[in-house]
Design a protein around this ligand. Structure first.
Ligand SMILES: [Zn+2]
Length: 254
């Protein structure tokens, strides 16, 4: 188990249908009986998450808030079930709340079909995938609290970081100078080296994704936790993001 700071845990052990990556839900401890779960990931992997909570002395019923950073299946699929088990409220950006409610449905990129085709190219058996993960769709999710840029969800500040999806959010915990970047930035996963900004194949607006990363680079943070990473950046993260953004903007100019 990984306790990042006294209040923040990264939930280990979740696999991803893309064998070159993982997904990390995060847990924020407001207090002993008041947990915030960020992106509960795949429904079929909920037992891993529940066992993780038990290992660190909590129960799924202690989850009072579920924050969905965006609509993608590998982040949001288990949300309804966690809510059913815990009674927690679901939070998302107001734009994403529409897509989570299928009003209108989100069609990507990537669409479910594009995702399946990508996995086939990687040599992943779709039968095995269905056996392990069930559906790669997300059932409609009713968001209880719609948020916008600058809102606080408990101790976490919402930063709207569109580009990957229209209503994608990152979260900032000022006391620890810690940024939860979700799918704004990836690190050394899915077959790519080093850090990179949400790629065009998985972004509704890749240029806006770069500008969102630029906005994140202005936040006063030191630690960066990503949903898809080999390991978190525990120091000097702001400088690393500044460099990444400068390089990405330079490439746009070429
Ligand atoms: Zn995503």
């Amino acid at each position: 188990m990984t306790q990042i700071t006294p209040k923040v845990y990264s939930i280990e052990g979740m696999t991803h249908p893309d064998p070159r990556g993982k997904v990390f839900p995060y847990l924020f401890v407001e207090d002993q009986h008041n947990l915030t779960l960020i992106d509960p990931a795949f429904l079929s992997q909920l037992p891993i998450l529940e066992n993780y909570l038990l290992d660190i002395g909590y129960d799924i019923k202690n989850v009072k808030r579920i924050i969905l950073t965006h609509v993608h299946v590998d982040h949001a699929q288990a949300a309804n079930e966690v809510k059913r088990k815990s009674g927690a409220k679901i939070y998302s950006h107001w734009i994403e709340a529409n897509y989570l409610g299928h009003d209108p449905p989100y069609s990507g990129p990537p669409s479910t079909q594009e995702t399946i085709e990508k996995f086939q190219k990687l040599g992943v058996s779709i039968t095995a995938l269905e056996k392990q993960y069930g559906s790669l769709d997300v059932e409609p999710i009713n968001v209880d609290e719609q948020v916008t840029d600058g809102d606080m969800i408990g101790s976490l500040k919402v930063i709207h970081t569109p580009g990957h999806t229209p209503g994608h959010i990152s979260l900032y915990y000022e006391k620890d100078k810690l940024l939860l970047g979700a799918d704004s930035i990836y690190k050394h996963v899915f077959g790519a080296e080093g850090m990179y900004i949400s790629a065009p194949q998985v972004s509704i607006d890749p240029i806006t994704a770069i500008l969102s990363a630029q906005r994140l680079s202005k936040v006063n943070f030191d630690k960066l936790l990503m949903a898809h990473q080999d390991s978190p950046l525990m120091e000097g993260a702001k400088k690393a993001v500044e460099k990444l953004v400068a390089e990405s903007i330079q490439k746009l100019k070429e």
